[in-house]
Design a protein around this ligand. Structure first.
Ligand SMILES: Nc1nc2c(ncn2[C@@H]2O[C@H](COP(=O)(O)OP(=O)(O)OP(=O)(O)O)[C@@H](O)[C@H]2O)c(=O)[nH]1
Length: 448
């Protein structure tokens, strides 16, 4: 018993998972237990005599010195956290419990390595931040920037890019790309992304990785000092793009767990891209006619109201043209619905060609179109556009397979302010004028 009591304290403290340190009034280690080597990377001999503060990460030095002063003034400190630079340059997160021993004139402290815990917390926080950003962000470029910043806190990501496939799934373009001063230029990044799309699988690029790669990537892999990592952005509809990371020069290559982390991030980004595309598609379907890709009735109403408000404010004229194809039903009946569709598309294109960019051409449905002519102070201007449309439709429309059709339209015009000062009045007037024109054309046709 006497022998045990007399045994040096170190005999026991070396068994502890936490490290025990004693520091003199000058701030130098005078005793460190064996666990210090595991935590800080220095041997006990290397640590004894060193100034504690020299091992503290620079950003934490000031508050560490303040905490040390408090302890020497008699405060006991538990759960104080700061960061240390290990011998290999990596960061150790330490939680301390410390007290000043007046008789020994020593600061006695127990250090717990909480680095893994901190890393897990940081990872969890980052993943949460990315999924939150992916849910909240309407602006994809902003989401990519934010993801780059968040990932950059976890992994080497000097170079970061998100390449998206076009809707045909053929061409990749970078929606976000930062080369970050790495040797990983955009052309190499694109080649890597293309390879990832081809494989539909993640790809780690590093020297001697043993992967069979296209020549450009093989040469880059052999000469790179760090590494690059790219993973596909996959949605239920397939791959929509690739996210790519590159370390700075001299950094170590990526590890498997970093690839898994990027795969999680890619899932979040892919879901955000898919959501954004679905919104765009829904918006298009709500506002545009699918067949001709012209504004539909709803958007037309909106455009007329806006144009009227502008015309009223600027005291300008405005004209509406109500355009209806003559005897269109016969095309469907004789050549089939697909030919009818083709004709509607071509007629829409020809009419649009007669208008200015600032004008609106909408399809109301069936074979009815409406054009809104802005800034046409003089009704005669609208008459000129009508002439242009008739002229543009004079040449037969080629529907393929040897089918060429001569089409004509009936057009009714309404002018603001002469025929009304609101949408309903103007539409109704133009509609009536169109029917009058159609009746006149039919009568002329029957006399021919
Ligand atoms: N191909 C095709 N036909 C359509 C579409 N929407 C409506 N139609 C057809 O368009 C035709 C319109 O018929 P009507 O309103 O009688 O027009 P019309 O034959 O030009 O007669 P008039 O206006 O009196 O000269 C109908 O046969 C509809 O079925 C479409 O999206 N595609």
């Amino acid at each position: 018993m006497e022998h045990i009591v007399a045994a040096p304290v170190a005999h026991f403290t070396d068994l502890l998972l936490d490290a025990v340190c004693m520091v003199d009034a000058g701030g130098r280690f005078v005793f460190v237990s064996a666990a210090c080597e595991r935590i800080f990377g220095y041997t006990q001999q290397e640590m004894i005599g060193k100034l504690v503060i020299d091992l503290v990460a620079p950003a934490d030095r000031e508050r560490t010195l303040a905490a040390a002063r408090n302890i020497m003034n008699g405060e006991s400190h538990i759960h104080f956290e700061n960061r240390y630079l290990r011998k290999d340059g990596s960061i150790a997160h330490i939680m301390w419990s410390a007290r000043w021993s007046e008789p020994d004139q020593l600061r006695v402290a127990v250090a717990r390595d909480v680095t893994l815990l901190k890393q897990a917390q940081a990872l969890q926080a980052a993943l949460y931040a990315i999924s939150e950003a992916a849910q909240a962000s309407d602006d994809l470029v902003h989401l990519f920037q934010r993801s780059h910043a968040i990932i950059g806190d976890l992994l080497p990501a000097s170079g970061f890019g998100v390449a998206l496939l076009d809707t045909a799934g053929k061409d990749l373009h970078f929606a976000y790309y930062v080369d970050g001063g790495t040797l990983f230029n955009a052309s190499l990044a694109r080649a890597l992304c293309e390879e990832v799309v081809r494989r539909a699988a993640p790809l780690l690029l590093k020297p001697g990785s043993g992967e069979a790669l296209p020549a450009q990537l093989q040469a880059a892999a052999n000469s790179m000092t760090g590494g690059a990592l790219a993973v596909p952005l996959t949605t239920p509809e397939g791959i929509v793009g690739v996210v790519v990371l590159c370390t700075g020069t001299g950094g170590a290559g990526y590890m498997t767990h970093e690839r898994d982390l990027l795969l999680f991030v890619a899932d979040q980004l892919a879901a955000a891209i898919q959501r954004k595309r679905m919104h765009a598609q829904m918006h298009f379907m709500a506002m545009y006619d699918e067949l001709t890709r012209l504004p539909n009735r709803r958007l037309l109403h909106d455009r007329i109201d806006t144009a009227l408000a502008r015309a009223q404010r600027q005291q300008e004229g405005l004209s509406l043209l109500f355009i209806d194809l003559n005897r269109f039903k016969m095309v469907n009946d004789r050549y089939g619905h697909a030919c009818g569709d083709q004709l509607l598309r071509q007629v829409a294109r020809r009419i649009a060609f007669c208008l200015r960019d600032t004008d609106t051409l909408a399809r109301l449905g069936g074979d009815e179109f409406v054009a809104v002519l802005e800034n046409s102070a003089l009704p005669s201007n609208a008459g000129l556009v009508v002439d242009k449309i008739h002229l543009a439709l004079e040449a037969p429309v080629d529907l393929g397979e040897g089918i060429q059709l001569q089409v004509s339209v009936s057009i009714g015009i309404a002018h603001y302010p002469e025929h009304g000062d609101n949408r309903e009045a103007l539409m109704s007037h133009a509609d009536q004028r169109m029917y009058a024109a159609k009746a006149a054309a039919a009568e002329a046709g029957s006399k021919d």
